[in-house]
Design a protein around this ligand. Structure first.
Ligand SMILES: [Zn+2]
Length: 419
């Protein structure tokens, strides 16, 4: 991988996320200066006599998208309609994920997966690996090679799936330790290990407790699923009758804290939301997946009104696109259905800065300020777009193509890199 050895400058129209508000400030002609390490050293209005040409004419620059929830081994089953959550898992997901026992298969999909992220301008993601340690290592390898930023975990499952999808608790935790040793913190923290119990149904109490201990021992984030679907919630209650509710299962096993990222969170009582907020846990809101599986509509305002950090997740393959812009458009529809409308600007912020907060990388990315890493995306914008329609044009023109350019630490990454 070629490293930048000198200062880079990128010029263009710029959207800068705000720190304290889900919105942006705009700079019509700005220059981002980036040092050899990929950090922003300055962002200022272009001087009238600056000879630097516009880097991507017709495009607008903003921080790269953060996918707060995505499944690598579901890349090839994206958009497979085979029923609600538990039926879909049995019919489609488990047979496909079993194929990741094959190294060559896992390697081919790792390339496709990284290609798909880069094409859509996603620079960071919180990723569920497969239950196979080797396949998860193969994806780490590919993420490193391609220059993407990610947290990734071995998907922990020791029950409630066919045998080829399972790994016993002791072996899974030992394999996680080995992956942590090799990958966690790699390249100045660009790659991180994330403890990843699939969901309560697929993990014995011993595995859940072991996962919590592993996270505590190594200071790691935890990601899992929560309250996605009615049948799932009933099955969880049956397996954990001693816990007060679904969130309670994670609380009781030491998995709910300020570094816990929960996907979906559709069906939570107000009182559970209060506990969630008190724990400072975070949400990956996955509306496209929720619509596609008929899971329900997440009450975004229940989270944001409590100050809970919320990012957006594609949840591929239940989600039908890697594009965070499409996910944000679905989030807009979901908020309307909950009679609590939000704005395109706020959702674009959740797809970028909000996602960085939700997956624990907010100290490194998501703000275009000196000291932050220059993870950027350039998006095409029709020249006729008025200022008033800017955010609508970025999110709701669903025919928009892929990103014009994707940068991590000031270095352009693209699909060609895999060739
Ligand atoms: Zn998921």
């Amino acid at each position: 991988m070629e490293q930048a050895t000198t200062t880079t400058r990128i010029r263009g129209r710029i959207l800068r996320p705000e720190r304290a508000r889900a919105g942006f400030s705009r700079l019509d002609d700005g220059v981002i200066t980036i040092d050899a390490e990929g950090r922003i050293t300055a962002l200022e209005a272009a001087a009238a006599d600056d000879p630097l040409p516009i880097t991507h004419p017709g495009a607008i620059l903003l921080p790269g998208f953060v996918d707060a929830h995505v499944h690598y081994p579901q890349t090839r089953i994206l958009g497979t309609a085979s029923g609600p959550l538990l039926d879909w898992l049995s019919a489609t997901v488990f047979p496909e994920e079993a194929r990741f026992a094959d190294r060559a298969y896992a390697a081919a999909v790792a390339v496709e997966f990284c290609d798909a992220l880069i094409a859509q301008g996603t620079t960071a993601a919180s990723i569920f690996g497969s239950p196979h340690p080797e396949a998860t290592a193969i994806l780490f390898d590919e993420l490193e090679r391609r220059g993407l930023r990610a947290q990734l975990g071995l998907t922990l499952m020791d029950r409630a799936a066919p045998g080829e999808n399972l790994l016993a608790a002791e072996a899974a935790l030992a394999a996680s330790e080995a992956l942590i040793e090799r990958w966690h913190g790699r390249d100045r923290g660009r790659l991180r290990f994330c403890v990843t119990p699939r969901f309560a149904i697929s993990c014995t109490p011993g595995l859940l407790r072991g996962a919590a201990e592993l996270a505590a021992r190594h200071d790691l984030w935890i990601q899992t699923h929560l309250a996605e679907n009615d049948a799932e919630i009933r099955a969880t209650a049956k397996l954990f009758p001693e816990s007060r509710d679904y969130l309670g299962v994670y609380e009781d096993h030491g998995l709910c804290g300020a570094r816990s990222l929960f996907a979906h969170c559709i069906h939570l009582e107000d009182e559970a939301w209060d506990r969630f907020a008190a724990a400072r846990a975070t949400v990956a809101h996955c509306p496209d997946s929720n619509f596609f599986l008929g899971s329900g509509v997440m009450p975004l305002a229940a989270a944001t009104s409590r100050g809970i950090r919320v990012g957006l997740g594609s949840d591929v393959g239940a989600g039908r696109a890697f594009s965070l812009r499409r996910v944000a458009a679905r989030a807009y529809d979901a908020a309307l259905l909950r009679s609590a409308p939000t704005s395109a600007e706020a959702l674009l912020w959740r797809a970028t800065r909000g996602g960085a907060e939700a997956i624990g990388i907010a100290d490194e990315v998501g703000l275009l300020e000196p000291g932050y890493d220059a993870d950027l995306v350039a998006l095409d914008l029709p020249p006729t777009t008025s200022d008033e329609r800017l955010f609508d044009a970025l999110l709701f023109a669903l025919d928009a193509g892929p990103a014009r350019a994707t940068y991590v630490r000031g270095r352009r990454i693209d699909r060609a890199a895999s060739a």
